[in-house]
Design a protein around this ligand. Structure first.
Ligand SMILES: [Zn+2]
Length: 192
C-alpha cells in the first residue's frame, strides 16, 4: 500500500485513486475513512491488517476516485521533502514542482501561499532552539557542513569570554586568495 505524509505528521493511505485517513484500530485491523467524509458526505471505510499489507475490505464511496488529487498530494509531499534538502526559496520550490505537474493537478494543489507557509513551518521545525548564551551555540553534524556535505565550519575557538567562529567553503577561500582586494564588513553588537 502507498502512503502520503500529511502536513500534521500523520499519514494518508492511497488505494485505487482514493485517499484515506486513519480512523481507529484494534488488535487485528486498522480502519481508514475516506478523506472526503465531509466534502462528499462519504462514509466509505477501508479495513487493513496492522501491517497495512492487506486490504481486508472497502465499502462503496459516494464519489469517483480522483487521480489528480492524489498526484497533487504527492506533489505537496515532494515540495516538503525538497524544502529540507535544498536551500531554494519557498517560491522557487513551489514554482519548480508546479511546473512539473499537469494543469489539472496544479488546480488541485493548495494555493502557492499556503504551500510556501508550509515550507517555512517545516524548515523552522528542523532548526535547533535559539541559543541564549555563547555556550549554547554548539555546531554539530549537518550544522558544520554545506548542503552538499562539504566542510563549512573552519574554526571555532573559545578563549575566556571571547569566541571566534569562521565559516567558509574551499571554493570561497580560493576566490578570496585569487582576489586583489578584500572588502570587509562587520557586526560588532549581537544579542549573545
Ligand atoms: Zn469517499
Amino acid at each position: 500500500m502507498e502512503f502520503i505524509k500529511s502536513n500534521k505528521g500523520g499519514r494518508k493511505l492511497i488505494h485505487n485513486g482514493y485517499l484515506y485517513i486513519k480512523r481507529s484500530s484494534n488488535k487485528s485491523s486498522i480502519y481508514w475513512q475516506c478523506s472526503h467524509k465531509v466534502k462528499f458526505a462519504c462514509k466509505a471505510l477501508l479495513t487493513s491488517d496492522l501491517d497495512c499489507a492487506v486490504v481486508k475490505s472497502v465499502s462503496a464511496h459516494t464519489h469517483d476516485p480522483d487521480s489528480s488529487e492524489v498526484k497533487a498530494e504527492k506533489a505537496r509531499q515532494q515540495i516538503n521533502a525538497d524544502a529540507l534538502r535544498s536551500r531554494a526559496t519557498p517560491g522557487q520550490l513551489v514554482f519548480d514542482e508546479m511546473a512539473r505537474q499537469e494543469l489539472d493537478v496544479r488546480v488541485k494543489m493548495t494555493t502557492a501561499c499556503s504551500l510556501k507557509r508550509n515550507i517555512n513551518y517545516k524548515r523552522r521545525q528542523k532548526q535547533p532552539p535559539v541559543p541564549q548564551t555563547l555556550e549554547d551555540l554548539i555546531f554539530e553534524g549537518e550544522w558544520r557542513e554545506t548542503y552538499d556535505q562539504k566542510p563549512f565550519l573552519l574554526c571555532d575557538m573559545h578563549e575566556a569570554t571571547d569566541r571566534v567562529t569562521i565559516f567558509a567553503t574551499n571554493d570561497g577561500l580560493k576566490n578570496l586568495c585569487a582576489a586583489d582586494s578584500w572588502f570587509m564588513d562587520g557586526t560588532f553588537k549581537s544579542c549573545l
